[in-house]
Write a protein that binds this ligand. Structure first.
Ligand code: DP6
Length: 346
């Protein structure tokens, strides 16, 4: 766990200074927040480039973050990686090296790097850790390599590492569009302060999932429901975006629940099927309906795991957290407000 207080480095002038300093030192530290999708990304048009089958919409989670330092070092024969102070090799290091290779190619740089990454939230907890990880890696890596990338270029770079990471680059509420490699990027549709929604992540399991998102995306096409899901996304996204911009949770809530359930129907009907829920997941879904009938404005969404994200207005968060903690099988509830963009902090 890392210190929760983040230095205020968000002004443009400070960022510019940090980018210049990083290029001189060939070292940079960036933070990025994970995000929760209200309209989900599931399945790719192109797995290698991570061009999504459909557009998606999300909120950055401001209380949670990954902090990553990239140091290019001529004495290193290969990239090295630590996650939460533990040395990591194998597929996780390979994935990081592949992302850094894109940066090295663009910067005509041949140096290996040391990458140190730490998060203040449990990895594999149904909070998209790869989104924050690859957004922070892209910003720190690009800066340390001396590249001057704008937000669109950083979002594209982050997307190549993990699709949902494209949405952790801009601030607040973000939409990631489909299209070619150059235009499939995420942009902010509203800053964090536009609407103080809360995401309450109800942890029911901290186990690593058997099939991660990358493997899941590749199975999406094997479900006979995927084509129908993708065909309906444009309409759901439009309703969701309009409701979000109108700060209308009673319109937005049912749409985000529907979108999550349709994605899980695709997962469960893939070959082989992906069942991410456990009995406590279902208990929370049912409790959410009960709480609504009792007057709480709370809605659920679920990513590729058993944990449930409860979305509500700030004024109801305390009541929802108390109610969620009473459900047998609930291990913890992690609350977050909307978060800012991926940015350099040193
Ligand atoms: C269910 O972005 O984690 O959370 O591109 O393979 O890293 P990779 O997949 P990832 O997929 C996220 C899937 C999701 C829905 C979403 O966040 O939109």
């Amino acid at each position: 766990m890392v210190d929760n207080t983040l230095p205020d480095s968000s002004s443009n002038k400070k960022q510019l200074h940090l980018w210049e300093q990083a290029a001189r030192r060939q070292q940079a530290t960036a933070i990025a927040h994970p995000n929760i999708a209200f309209i989900k990304y599931w399945g790719n048009e192109d797995d290698g480039l991570r061009l999504p089958a459909n557009p998606s919409l999300s909120m950055n989670l401001g209380s949670l973050y990954t902090k990553t330092t990239v140091t290019f070092d001529q004495s290193l024969p290969n990239d090295t990686l630590t996650i939460n102070h533990q040395a990591v090799t194998g597929p996780a290091l390979k994935r990081v090296t592949t992302s850094l290779d894109l940066i090295r190619a663009e910067a005509s740089l041949q140096l290996a790097a040391h990458i140190e990454s730490e998060s203040n939230f449990p990895i594999g907890s149904g909070i998209a850790s790869s989104a924050a990880a690859f957004a922070a890696l892209s910003v720190a890596g690009a800066a340390a390599a001396g590249l001057h990338m704008d937000e669109a270029a950083l979002s594209r770079l982050a997307r190549r590492g993990s699709g949902s990471a494209s949405r952790s680059v801009p601030a607040g509420y973000c939409r990631w569009d489909t299209g070619t490699d150059l235009i499939s990027i995420a942009t902010s549709i509203a800053p964090p302060e536009y609407w103080g929604l809360r995401d309450l992540v109800v942890i029911v399991s901290q186990e690593h999932k058997a099939v991660g998102s990358t493997g899941g995306h590749q199975l999406a096409q094997t479900s006979s429901l995927q084509a129908a899901r993708v065909a309906g996304v444009a309409k759901r996204l439009q309703v969701c975006q309009e409701a979000l911009l109108a700060r209308d949770l009673s319109t937005m809530g049912p749409i985000i629940e529907e979108d999550a359930i349709i994605m899980h129907a695709v997962m469960m009907s893939s070959r082989p099927p992906l069942y991410y829920w456990n009995p406590t997941t279902m208990a929370i879904i049912q409790a959410t309906q009960q709480w609504r009938s009792e007057g709480l404005g709370v809605y659920f969404t679920i990513d590729a795991g058993p944990n449930v994200h409860l979305i509500c207005e700030a004024c109801q968060a305390e009541a929802v957290i108390a109610a969620a903690r009473k459900i047998p099988g609930v291990k913890d509830v992690i609350a977050s407000e909307p978060g800012g963009s991926a940015r350099l902090v040193a």
